[in-house]
Design a protein. Sequence first.
Length: 509
Amino acid sequence: VRHLVIVLGDQLDAHSSALQDVDATQDVVWMAEVAEESTHVWSAKQRIAVFLSAMRHFANDLRVRGFPVVYTRLDDGDNRGTLALELDKTITQLQPAALVMTAPGDWRVLQSLRKVAADHQLPLTLRDDTHFFSTVREFAAHAKGRKQLRLEYWYRELRQKHGILMEGKDPVGGQWNFDADNRESFGKAGPQNVPPPTRFAPDAITLEVIALVNTQFASHPGALHTFGWPVTREQAVVALQAFIQERLPMFGLYEDAMWSGEAWLYHSHLSCALNLKLLQAREVVQAAEDAYRAGHAPLAAVEGFIRQILGWREYVRGIYWTQMPSYLERNALDAHAELPAWYWTGETDMACLKDAITQTLEHGYAHHIQRLMVTGLYALLLGVKPQAVHAWYLSVYVDAVEWVELPNTLGMSQFGDEGLMASKPYVASGKYIQRMSDHCKGCRYDPALSTGDKACPYTTLYWNFLIRHEPLLNKNPRMAMQLKNLARLDDAARDAISTQALALQAAAD
Ligand code: FAD
Ligand code: SF4
């Protein structure tokens, strides 16, 4: 064998850089399902199933295309349980001259594969991941010499470089950013006529995987009876087209809004297909821009959507690869509490959290504001250590892969990197959740109260957060407004808040 071409579970693109020049007469493609990838964090069943099913479909597709594939199944009798051990086994059997792959997304995986290659004294060729608009080298060059990194500058650079939503040198519509138009709530009436999500009934392969996951990972979080994620390229394309047709026009307006029992709203639900590489980032962005040019969707919606993919997604990848491995350990706010056990069950009397967690466990999905301003915010305010929060996010979402999950969790949501990723901590009281959803109506707490029996835990912990971190936050001009409000509280009010916050923290232990 000339090349053993390694394809990981999140590299399911038949046109990837690794697969470009496979010669079926002398190369072999290698894929492996291993338990370690589902147990190094306590992976939810939906997440495990989506990976395994998509991998099995992809391997079949490769075989149809004429690629020779060596594939280890999770339930193969001699499965050694880790990528490193399985790869070691295949190398010993096939004696390839070299290992070739598209650069992996995860730092941990890269280290383990590098070690196997070194142990066998084999060259390991890493090819750029052409799925993305940018390379990590480009991001590093952008970041070099800057005191602060900001999404906005990186995003503009990519818009110009790739000519996306541009009119010559200027952004279409004369503005780079339409965020101000994208912050509506659903008002009293709630969401009206939201199109149903595009879901796919499990086929024979997926049903087999579901049975396997239910047996092998029975104690893992979540359930599989609702499984409907795209697991093939064809399904992913259908999901993309349906999003562009049915949801994109309203995406911007309601990007930040939430509603009880409404998991899907106007979001794309494409993160999983994108992260598995069933969809190309370029085709998703192009489809959105085309919808704008065709007059099908307003600019604010399209720009807001493109900013998430061309902007945030490329930005977090750059942060991850330029900051690892020390990034994993960062804890700027010195937070040490454990994650409350009910994050794994949804059994809490806080209506907003119950809704977000229940939906997460049911579908492996929650939209950005639920992740940032409900589950993430509560952990931040409670003082949970970022590493425990990271382990939860990496476990429960179908789109969770470390390069995108970690900067979002540790950086954007938990401020663990002291503002490298986001310019200020995303903190708010229960009133934010009240404004953006209907949750508080059905809750035993009152978002306006910070002390007493009915005080909303978010509101208590929000003020307590400002009190605890006042010296650090004082250095940040973007926190000035919030600190000005804090200054209005007298000592007695501060004491009462601190006492109530301590009780909440003790109860969560
Ligand atoms: P949409 O709202 O339709 O957005 C469109 C696309 O933009 C998404 O599919 C996604 O690919 C991309 N995108 C949007 N926001 C971000 C972002 N902040 N960073 C990177 N890409 C973004 N996203 C993941 O893909 N995997 C994760 O593990 C993940 N963990 C997160 C953890 C926390 C604490 C937070 C706050 C956010 C996390 N995100 C993660 C980002 C974002 O919440 C999800 O991408 C989004 O909710 C997925 O739903 P969607 O496809 O319907 O997104
Ligand atoms: Fe959440 Fe507080 Fe509103 Fe209850 S009152 S739903 S805990 S924000």
